[in-house]
Write a protein that binds this ligand. Structure first.
Ligand code: CA
Length: 230
């Protein structure tokens, strides 16, 4: 199997070299581009993942992200000093798959890289959480709570699957509408609340204190189950 190729787009040499060293320890093949122009011209080499700094001397990281997205689905992790929730959502809206806020620990970044690569390899057929308490089986569209099969509607299953594939990631209602309808439709976002309520009713022991589906006030929802090791 050929090595996984990662492109680091970062003008700060120290950071780029540090991240490169950590990734190479994990046997990734790493290329550094210190300008946006170099990043875009090296895209034809075909990378498996891009780590993209937002602040570059010649181009905004957001523009690079959009340019890459025009013809590539390569997973992108953005490095940013902007830590506001809105910036995160905006970043995800233009096609980044994950965010790491500076200053960051290289170890955390490597963990995110691995998680993202796992995710894009395709969703696992079985997602298991909290020591097997909650299991999503996407081959059978079945959810099991404590070993007992639950009946979820296809929409409920899709929503839960989307959230559970990215534990901890906050989804806006509109993003969730997109998951179930395939497009953004503003008038529909409140019905997400109704679906979430139904799913909670089925999977949560205490709906007032959910252990899986948490409300993020003013934004949306996130899944907080603890993934079980394979
Ligand atoms: Ca920079």
């Amino acid at each position: 199997m050929s090595s996984t190729k990662i492109l680091i787009v970062e003008d700060e040499e120290k950071i780029a070299e540090l991240v490169k060293a950590y990734l190479e320890k994990e046997r990734f093949t790493v290329t550094i581009a210190n300008t946006g122009e170099k990043a875009i011209s090296s895209m034809k080499e075909g990378f498996d993942l891009i780590i993209l700094d937002l602040m570059l001397p010649d181009m905004a990281g957001e523009d690079i992200c959009q340019a890459v997205r025009e013809d590539s689905e390569v997973p992108i992790i953005m490095l940013t000093a902007k830590s506001g929730e809105e910036d995160r959502i905006k970043g995800l809206g233009i096609g980044a798959d994950d965010y790491v806020v500076k200053p960051f620990s290289p170890r955390e970044l490597v963990a995110r890289v691995k998680a993202l690569l796992r995710r894009v390899k395709g969703p696992k057929d079985l997602l298991s959480f909290n020591n097997g308490d909650l299991v999503l089986d996407s081959t059978r569209f079945e959810v099991r709570k404590n070993g007992r099969p639950l009946v979820l509607t296809p929409t409920e299953f899709k929503l839960l699957q989307c959230l559970a594939e990215r534990p901890g990631q906050v989804f806006t209602r509109l993003q969730l509408v997109n998951v179930i309808l395939g497009y953004d439709f503003d008038g529909y976002d409140r019905t997400i609340d109704a679906h979430i309520k139904n799913i909670r009713h089925k999977i949560e022991e205490n709906q007032k204190k959910p252990s899986y589906l948490k409300t993020v006030y003013g934004i949306g929802y996130k899944f907080t189950g603890l993934p079980d090791e394979d």
